[in-house]
Design a protein around this ligand. Sequence first.
Ligand code: SAH
Length: 386
Amino acid sequence: MVNLLDFDVDGLTAWFAQQGEKPFRARQVARWIHRFGVDDFEQMTDVAKSLRSKLVEQAEIRGPLPVRDSIATDGTRKWLLGVDGEAGNAIETVFIPETNRGTLCISSQVGCALECSFCSTGKQGFNRNLTTAEIIGQLWHANRMLGAVKQPGVGDSGERVISNVVMMGMGEPLANFDNVTAALRLMLDDNAYGLSRRRVTVSTAGLVPAIDRLRESVPVALAVSLHAATDALRDELVPINRKYPLRELMAACRRYLESAPRDFITFEYVLLAGINDSDADAHALLALTRKIPCKFNLIPFNPFPGSDYRRPAAERVRLFQEILINADVVATVRKTRGGDIDAACGQLAGQVRDRSSRQTVQALQGQSVKFEVRREATSTSLEVHA
Ligand code: SAH
C-alpha cells in the first residue's frame, strides 16, 4: 500500500503516470486529500468509479495517529501524534491562534540529534527522520481538527484558518532535507494548501550547506537560531556551530537573501539569564549581524524539567530589546504561548525512543509521556487546561 500523503504533487503525478493515469487526475486527487481533507477515496465524487476502485486497492491516505489533544487557556492547541503505531514514537504539533493569523508549528524529526544545551527536544535524543507523510500529515490533521478544510464546489476565498506554518517543532528541519522540502512544496502548491512562501518559515540551528540547498530548491522564509554572538559561546549552546562557525553561517544568510521571498532573515535568540543576556551581548549581536538585513525574535528561556538555565527578569529582557531597537533593528520578544500545556518553544517532548546513546538523560528528566491510544480518532481525549 502506498500512502498518498507521502507524495508532493509532482510525485503524485509520477505515481499516477505509472498507473496509466493522466496528470490532471493527480491534481484532482491532491485537492481532495489536502484541500478538502478527505481520507476516503469513495468521497472523491468527481473521480471515475473505476479509478476510485483501483485507488482503494493500491493506496491509502493515512495521517498520523491522534494520541492526545490539549487546549491551553490562551487557545493554543497541541496534538500528540503517534508515528509508529501504538508502541512507538510520538511527536507534537502546536496551533497558535492570533488575531490576524493562525500559525501551525510542525515537527520534522522524532527527537533531535543536535543537542542544543537549552532545548528539551535536544535532551531527549534522536530516533529518526519523519517521512513526508508524517510532516504534511500534521498540517492535514490540524486542518481537519480545526474544521478548516475547504468544501468542494466552493471557490477558494484565500482565507486560511492556518495561514502560517513554522518548522519550529521537534527536530532540525534541514537535517531531514528531502522529506521536509517535499512537505514544503505541498504547503505552497495551489492544489494542496496554497500558502504564501512568505508565511512558511524554516527554522534552522545553522546547517550551512542545507541553507544553500533550500535557497535553490524551495526558498521560503528563513529563521536562524543564533543564540550567541561569539563562537566560544555558540559552540557550547549550539554544538553544530563547531562544524559551521558564525562566519560561515552569516555568509550563508547573506547568500540566502539573494533569492529569499522576504528581504530579511529572522534571528532567533533565546535569552538565558547570566549567559547571553547582558548589554555587551546585545552590542556584540548588533556587530555580528551589521551587514545582514534581519529581524530579531528574542525568546526568554522556557524552563523544562532537568534544565539548569534560568529565564532573565522581564526588565533585563526589555533592556536587551531596547539596545537592538535603538540601533534601528526590529526586535520582538516572543510571547510564551501554551505554557500550561508545555507547548512553548523548547518544551516539545513527544515520545522519543532514543537511538543515540543518551537514554539516561531522558530517564533523569522523567519526561516520557504516557502513551494512551484511543482507537477511533473521534474519541481522542480533549484535555482542557483551565
Ligand atoms: N532545530 C530548529 C528548529 C527548532 S525551532 C532550530 O534550531 O531552529 C525552536 C526554537 O526554539 C529554536 O530557536 C530553539 O533554539 C528555541 N528553543 C529551544 N529550546 C528553548 C527553550 N527551552 N526556551 C526557549 N526557546 C527554546
